[in-house]
Design a protein around this ligand. Structure first.
Ligand SMILES: [Zn+2]
Ligand SMILES: [Zn+2]
Length: 240
């Protein structure tokens, strides 16, 4: 059965009898963020001390001595409140402490699935816990909130650490829609078509590239040769 992804609104197919709220593409995007978060944390710590990190977010011309650390980064790094933080979102200004947010989602998943989860520890990282339960999360209505909240903290962290992932256009056309729109992005496991949404693993893309590119190169070469021949044989305009 096919249905609309609650996140990207594209049509996708349910797998077996499990109804999926979110599509494969959105699941892979979230999985990429969960891999990226532990890598962003040390970079955020390095950006914590003023003058030790990127200049974004500082205000110029203060009349008083600035804080020795960046308040926005301090906020993201914690101290993380124990227990669910999502219920208190309204009270929190700026970006939520990352690890507390991750833990709150891990705790929600554990509660719904009646699984045990170790008690919260301020430095513990539960991204792998969420990643392990992501297929389940993608069948739940709250997957849109998980997507939004993880996306928000990842984008906020990237803005501070200046680590926007590189997006590299691939030269082979999409095997699904033939558009030249395949993009590989840092942290992401799959190459994605930005036109039709197809996902290809790097091995699948390599095999596809090997199959389609030689004939494409030959066609392109024939066109170039044909064009050059035409240019050489076209008689120049003679004066009347
Ligand atoms: Zn989607
Ligand atoms: Zn495509």
């Amino acid at each position: 059965m096919s249905s609309l992804c609650a996140i990207c609104r594209r049509a996708h197919r349910d797998q077996g009898d499990a109804h999926r709220t979110a599509c494969d593409r959105c699941e892979h995007r979230i999985r990429g963020w969960l891999r990226e978060i532990p890598r962003q944390l040390p970079l955020l710590e390095a950006s914590l001390v003023l003058d030790g990190g990127p200049a974004q977010g500082r205000s110029a011309g203060r009349a008083h001595a600035p804080l020795p650390v960046r308040a926005d980064v301090l906020n993201m790094l914690g101290p993380a409140a124990p227990g669910p933080v999502r219920d208190h979102r309204g009270d929190q200004s700026g970006t939520l402490p990352i690890l507390a947010l991750v833990y709150a989602w891990a705790e929600q998943i554990a509660a719904e699935r009646a699984r045990d989860i170790p008690p919260f520890r301020p430095r513990a990282d539960y991204t792998r816990y969420i990643a392990a339960h992501l297929p389940y999360a993608c069948t739940r209505p709250w997957i849109t909130d998980l997507h939004t909240e993880l996306g928000d903290v990842v984008h906020a962290a990237r803005a501070i650490t200046r680590t926007e992932p590189r997006r590299r256009p691939q030269d082979a056309p999409c095997p699904g829609c033939s558009a030249f729109a395949l993009i590989a992005e840092d942290w992401q496991q799959f190459i994605e078509c930005t036109t039709c949404g197809l996902l290809l693993s790097h091995d699948e893309y390599a095999a596809h590239h090997q199959a389609v590119m030689p004939p494409l190169y030959r066609t392109a070469l024939r066109l170039v040769v044909h064009h050059a021949t035409q240019t050489q044989t076209t008689p120049k305009d003679e004066p009347a």
